[in-house]
Design a protein around this ligand. Structure first.
Ligand code: ADP
Ligand code: MG
Length: 636
């Protein structure tokens, strides 16, 4: 007959400890959150070994009075929540009052704390949750919590820890997430005496991202800001060219707390649709700011999962914010350094830099080193609309210079001015009832900068001179994007061409089934494929842009994509098929390209409409005069 025992509070605490304290990294997180809640401005985190032997967190927050210092380790001891009403709107990182109880149950603890304004401090030592020693001590204002020998009394848990290296890395990652969530708090992280990272705590999201994630990822990120009815999202997202192999660089914060959220992840990735290669993931640091009442963080003890009251609203806000910054790429500034950080990390100039057409359009008006820009000399014959061009020279001067290392913040008002102006300028290719003087042939639309096509190299890259810069365009990538956008824009059936001689297609059973399943979609997109026996088919017609010789490869490629599960729903199946059609219909590297085609591509790129191929590769790169001069040591 089993006997029922009531567990002692000590054993109960050890069990509960497992929920909050899974590994040293969880201790780092809990102690840092306590420091943040205490109003600290500066926090130092130090670990030794994998964290289990030694974790120290020191803050300059409010500290604890002597009578609170011992009580803090009791279960459900918290100063942050008084009654159940408080649970509905939690604004602090902690509130459950269980972290210190749980941690102290499975370690040796030393606490030094001094309340703000108090003459002296208190020192408390605990072993397995029991106070060993408590008394006055001299120490600075704030709190230092030292956790030694974590899990020393729970061998089973100790056994499950990974190598010191892996545990230490998890501690650093946990600390980094905390630090990234609170740009207004300076965090220093030490591991075995060496500094792992330091965030300046100047309250700026950009310097926080830059110092914590590093120059390389940060410099390819685009700013993101959006607000709607009390919901606000700010932060940075990666440009499509900087896709990652996994999601580890996606950081979401809700009211300063790092969270995992499939909802936010889906909203983010949805915005990258058709600009990012399948299997690549965007990076982001997004800060969600919403009223504490509209989010429930009390879902799990670790508090990394949250529940939003208005999921759809949150999804839409994030989706549109990201979309907006991708569309306005380069209109929003990339991560910028604070002057002090800039000094600390002197970036090397990149020789080749991918650049959006938007930049190019402007680059015709800017000169190096941020000196006031000289407008590009007007063409001999200027269309009447361009003659009325207002003076933007001061506005342009404030736009960033072309040096990759010296990006400065864009003056948004200047950009808006330019955009407004462009809208007013009649498009010479569009029919207009107004008697506009017929523009002289070959005169650019006023929106395009002066450019000269120099030629093509390796039958792949078109070379264009734009002001003081050399633009290189990947003709296939650019044309592919143009095709894709055109195909996607047509809601009518895509024009189909009947092949002179139908192309035979041999499939295995699986592919034959896929073909049948997607038959309707394929025919809507211009493919006409008929069965010709068990698993034999003939292709009778293909989309008009595809060469007859590409009919079979195109269908095979589409089936391959469908087979690999790249298209879980109808919309993505459609997009995947359009990718293939756009790619097959595009002029290829290695082909001869006519002057007219070349001109058309260059103008599309310069207009800013074409930035990335449908897989997210950039279509253009630039070599500035400065970069060339450096290459040839004209300047150092
Ligand atoms: P919670 O954070 O959920 O309140 P904890 O067990 O983490 O629970 O902490 C218990 C209490 O100890 C806190 O509510 C706070 O009053 C106090 N405390 C813990 N760490 C600090 C600190 N670094 N500075 C000041 N007070 C602290
Ligand atoms: Mg806490």
């Amino acid at each position: 007959m089993p006997v029922i025992n009531i567990l002692s509070p000590h054993v109960a605490d050890m069990i509960a400890a497992g929920e909050v304290v899974e590994r040293p990294a969880s201790v780092v997180k809990e102690l840092m959150e306590n420091a943040f809640d205490a109003g600290a401005q500066n926090v130092t985190v130090e670990i030794r070994g994998g964290g289990a032997p030694y974790i120290r967190v020191t803050d300059d927050g409010c500290g604890m009075a002597p009578e609170d210092a011992g009580v803090a380790f009791l279960r459900h001891a918290t100063s942050k929540l008084h009654d159940e009403r408080g649970l509905e709107a939690i604004s602090t990182m902690g509130f459950r009052g269980e972290a210190l109880a749980a941690i102290s149950a499975v370690s040796h603890i030393e606490l030094l704390t001094r309340e703000k304004g108090s003459a002296g401090g208190t020192r408390v030592t605990l072993t397995a949750g029991d106070i060993q020693d408590m008394g006055p001590v001299g120490c600075p204002e704030g709190t230092t919590m030292i956790v030694r020998d974590l899990f020393y009394n729970t061998p089973a848990r100790l056994k499950f820890l990974k190598s010191d290296r892996a545990e230490a890395a998890a501690c650093v990652q946990a600390a980094l997430r905390c630090a990234l969530g609170r740009p207004e708090i300076s965090v220093r992280m030490l591991r075995d005496g060496k500094e792992e990272f330091f965030s300046p705590g100047d309250g700026r999201e950009d310097s926080c991202v830059y110092t914590l994630l590093g120059r390389e990822p940060a410099s390819s990120m685009l700013r993101c800001v959006s607000e709607d009815e009390g919901l606000k999202v700010t932060g940075f997202v990666s440009s499509p060219a900087a896709g990652r192999g996994n999601r580890s660089a996606q950081y979401f914060f809700c009211n300063g707390r790092y969270i995992r959220s499939q909802l936010l992840q889906a909203a983010l990735e949805q915005a990258y649709k058709n600009t990012l290669l399948t299997g690549r993931y965007p990076a982001c640091v997004l800060y969600l700011d919403l009223s504490c009442a509209s989010v429930d963080v009390n879902v799990h003890p670790a508090k990394t999962e949250v529940k939003f009251s208005y999921e759809k609203k949150v999804f839409d806000l994030v989706y549109h914010a990201v979309l907006l910054s991708l569309e306005g790429e380069k209109r929003s500034a990339a991560v910028e350094l604070s002057p002090s950080t800039k000094k600390a990390i002197e970036p090397k100039a990149d020789f080749y830099r991918s650049m959006s057409a938007e930049d190019f359009r402007r680059s015709g008006y800017t000169v190096d080193k941020g000196r006031p820009a000289k407008p590009v000399p007007a063409k001999a014959q200027t269309p009447p609309a361009a003659a009325a061009r207002p003076d933007f020279s001061s506005a342009f001067a404030s736009l960033h210079s072309s040096g990759g290392a010296e990006q400065t913040r864009l003056d948004l008002s200047a950009v808006q001015k330019i955009e407004k102006f462009e809208k007013k300028v009649p498009d010479s290719t569009e029919k207009s009832d107004e008697p506009v003087e017929k523009p002289v042939q070959n005169v650019e639309k006023p929106a395009l900068p002066d450019y000269k096509i120099l030629g093509e190299t390796m039958k792949t890259y078109i070379l264009v001179e734009v002001g003081e810069e050399l633009l290189l365009i990947d003709k296939h990538a650019a044309h592919e994007r143009m095709n894709f956008d055109r195909l996607k824009a047509t809601d009518r059936q895509i024009l189909s061409q009947t092949l002179l001689s139908p192309a035979p297609l041999k499939l295995d059973v699986g592919d034959a089934e896929l073909l049948e399943q997607n038959g309707e979609l394929l025919s809507e997109l211009g493919f006409e494929i008929e069965p010709f026996g068990e698993t034999d088919y003939v292709i009778r017609a293909v989309p008009a842009d595809i060469l007859a010789s590409d009919a079979v490869p195109a269908v095979e490629e589409i089936l391959e994509k469908l087979r690999r599960g790249r298209a879980p729903d109808a919309q993505s199946a459609r997009d995947e098929i359009l990718h293939t059609v756009a790619c097959k219909a595009a002029i290829k590297a290695g082909w001869d390209t006519s002057d007219r085609e070349r001109e058309r591509i260059v103008r599309e790129v310069l207009s800013g409409r074409v930035k990335y191929c449908p897989h997210g590769r950039p279509v253009s790169a630039v070599l500035t005069r400065r970069e060339l001069d450096k290459m040839f040591k004209r300047i150092v």
